[in-house]
Design a binder for this molecule. Structure first.
Ligand code: PLP
Length: 439
């Protein structure tokens, strides 16, 4: 369709990697206008954990619309909101011994991050927030200051203030505990790092290239935060809602963050929805201080409740994710063993895994080849060098196998064609410039 070239902005990114007009979707499949079927290993960058048009949620949503349920209500109390909060409290918070109050922000992840950072600063009276190398927290100015990626940062047009950058787990090699450095600079009044309000961190960095923090590192980070009276914010926007195998990605690390941000798959149906979980004594907001027209999406309350009722009332779904995650681990390890030779390594946790390629050019060739074979799969990381497996968690075993088979075949072909893999990326080559936009 010509219209996209005519009047849609150059800012498009995913559309460049998958130049088709998509029309329908169901479960783990996307369909283009011509009816061509694609297996979806992008899944809205982690927004479609329960698949496209999940029939369980669709029925609830259609009933709600038929009954003229509230669609928009600012932050008014609605039945749908109340029912969601009850379910979230009973089935998610209480069984995990977590006590939080819930703030509904504007319906994007970045708005939840803005609220979390603002609150941490207001409560502590400190400005600085520690963020990590390769972290991604959104692209509105406050959140962008915590995001590492220079492509995104350079678009800001103003200086990005109020954050300090620390090395993430593994950044300096496997043997170096980067928390020791954080602890040291926070202990040293002449380190040049202002005493921070909070630390904001992803347990697995999604956009940053599936960098995975160990449970020990996360536990340590919590201790360093407690020692220096710094708040711990877990940005669980991509890693949460089951992606790593548990509802919250930090559960198995045994930590209790002070603030948690959630969005992406929270609404269940792919509807925009975001919220901030706040330790009750930190909820020092004054009425309306952080507002927004679309705070809490009533359609998303309905589908988010349905998602929790159906998938999180017991540990069946969690066990399923872990089982599938183990399968992905095995397959990726075997691919790396067969074709690796220093060019590939596997990384990730649960259903949040990827293959790290030696450079973005190679990763791009693999994902383009996979797309020709009917698989939608993207890259992430500083140089788009990580092929990111992010299929819906509800995917059938058969299609999970099929998707990985396609990537394996693509790798085989790309490696055979290359024989020698290019050592360096030419930054002036147009193909690479195109890729830079694809995040
Ligand atoms: C996607 C993402 C965000 C930003 O969410 P938007 O809805 O794109 O604003 C923030 N943090 C993490 C970890 C994310 O993956």
């Amino acid at each position: 369709m010509k219209i996209f070239e005519e009047i849609e902005s150059e800012v498009q990114s995913y559309a460049r990697s998958f130049p088709r007009v998509f029309h329908k979707a169901k479960g783990e499949f996307l369909y283009d206008e011509e009816g061509q079927q694609y297996l979806d290993f992008l899944a809205g960058a982690g927004t479609l954990n329960y698949g496209h048009n999940n029939p369980l949620f669709k029925e609830k949503l259609l009933d709600y619309i038929h009954e003229d349920g509230i669609t928009h209500g600012l932050d008014l109390h609605t039945r749908a909101k109340g029912d969601f909060l009850e379910t979230f409290n009973e089935k998610i918070l209480k069984p995990r011994n977590l006590e939080y109050v819930v703030q509904f922000t504007g319906p994007t992840g970045t708005n939840a991050v803005e609220a979390a950072m603002k609150l941490a600063r207001n409560v502590t009276g400190r400005e600085n927030i520690i963020a990590f190398t390769n972290g991604f927290h959104g692209v509105s100015l406050g959140a962008l200051a915590a995001t590492g990626n220079s492509h995104h940062r350079n678009a800001a047009g103003v200086s990005l203030n109020g954050t300090s950058r620390m090395p993430y787990d593994g950044y300096l090699g496997d043997d170096i505990d980067t928390n020791a450095y954080l602890d040291k600079v926070l202990s040293d009044s002449s380190s040049g790092i202002d005493h921070p309000a909070a630390v904001i961190v992803e347990t697995v960095q999604g956009e940053g290239g599936i960098n995975t923090a160990s449970f020990a590192w996360l536990k340590n980070l919590e201790q360093v935060c407690r020692k220096h009276e710094v708040l711990l914010i877990i940005d669980d926007i991509q890693a949460g809602c089951g992606r790593t195998g548990t509802f919250f990605s930090f559960e198995e690390a045994g930590i209790k963050p002070d603030i948690v941000t959630l969005s992406k798959s929270l609404g269940g149906y792919g509807l925009p929805f975001a919220m901030v979980l706040i330790r009750p004594d930190l909820d020092q907001w004054k009425p309306g201080e952080h507002n927004g027209t679309f705070r809490g999406n009533n359609f998303a309350f309905v589908t988010a409740k349905a998602a929790i009722d159906h998938y999180w009332s017991d540990d069946k779904f969690s066990n399923e994710i872990k089982r599938k995650g183990d399968y992905v681990s095995k397959r990726l390890a075997s691919i790396v063993e067969q074709y690796g030779e220093g060019n590939f390594t596997a990384r990730g946790r649960g259903m949040f895994q990827g293959i790290n390629c030696i450079n973005g050019e190679l990763a791009g060739k693999i994902t383009r080849s996979a797309f020709k074979k009917g698989l939608v799969i993207e890259t992430s990381g500083a140089d788009d060098q990580v092929v990111k497996f992010l299929c819906p968690l509800i995917i059938s075993d058969e299609n999970l196998k099929k998707g990985i088979d396609i990537v394996e075949q693509a790798i085989k072909e790309v490696c055979a064609k290359e024989n020698t893999i290019p050592e360096e990326v030419n930054y002036f080559d147009n193909e690479h410039l195109d890729q830079l936009g694809n995040e």
